[in-house]
Design a protein around this ligand. Sequence first.
Ligand code: SF4
Length: 334
Amino acid sequence: MTTAPSTTDAVIAMRQVGTRFGDHVVHAGLDLDVQRGEIFAVIGGSGSGKSTLLREMILLQKPSEGTIQVLGVALEDITDEAALALRQRWGVMFQHGGLFGSLTVLENIGLPLREHTDLADPLIDEIAHWKLSMAGLKAEVASQYPSELSGGMMKRASLARALALDPELLFLDEPTAGLDPGSAAGVDTLVRTLRDLYGLTIVMITHDLGVVAGLCDEVMVLYGGQVMEQGSAEAIFYKPSHPYTAGLLAAVPRLEGGDAPMLAIPGAPPNMAKLPAGCPFTERCVMALPQCGTVRPVLAPAVHDEHVLRACHLNIEAVTDNLQRLKAEQGVAA
Ligand code: SF4
């Protein structure tokens, strides 16, 4: 059982969500609340279950157990009619854009309006032009085809389409993946501006810790389909209290680090068909205790900050001390 925050104004509320494909466990007992107006990031490596989580939020997949509410609507047993209505209240920017190659950018952006409204074509084009400019693209891009766009322009065009129906909720799937640092920073700024101007609630899944640190309000760290740590971006980035989060952050190259080696998390992602009964990070955790493989740590408020949830048998002082020792042993900048 977790002690997830109140759901009174939660735009998304997940409770005890579990997902399995045969023996392959994707999630186990996940709780999650996304509050209105916040930018919420789910981070984790490949195989952590973050993509499946997103697919479950946007009705592309059903969990094996647990409940999901989005914008106050329960997704279990949702009718086709209710699903259609709900899909019009959110927008999705897919990792690879998801634009139709045979349509121009303007036609791609106008597509949701053509599918879901009775608006006349000239008005749809006018709205699509407006969304194009909201996404920071020049008017001449309207007549181009997706194959003519750079990676950054593709993301922006996809974002413009996600905004076509004036959604309350925006989902971003790896919004900066494949972009150079300049383009990634541009998308980062755009997303923040959209949230501030239009009061959007934004959920993103990403492995780009740089974008999370600069953009997000709340961060959930997944590993092996379970929540390792959750809290404000500030708390997670400046005082990580979980060995996995600390390892993730320590592995990010830093300009001031010069040629110093990065701190690697040893081993490979877990075999999801053979997860240990205890902490899923056990086999790779250089700080593991004897009970870690057999006793599952409970996700609970941290002693140092009750707004941070963490699932670890080790206290934060021990995590910090161990991390400093490992960095010193490996010659990594503190
Ligand atoms: Fe490492 Fe044990 Fe904490 Fe898991 S519970 S992160 S194995 S110390």
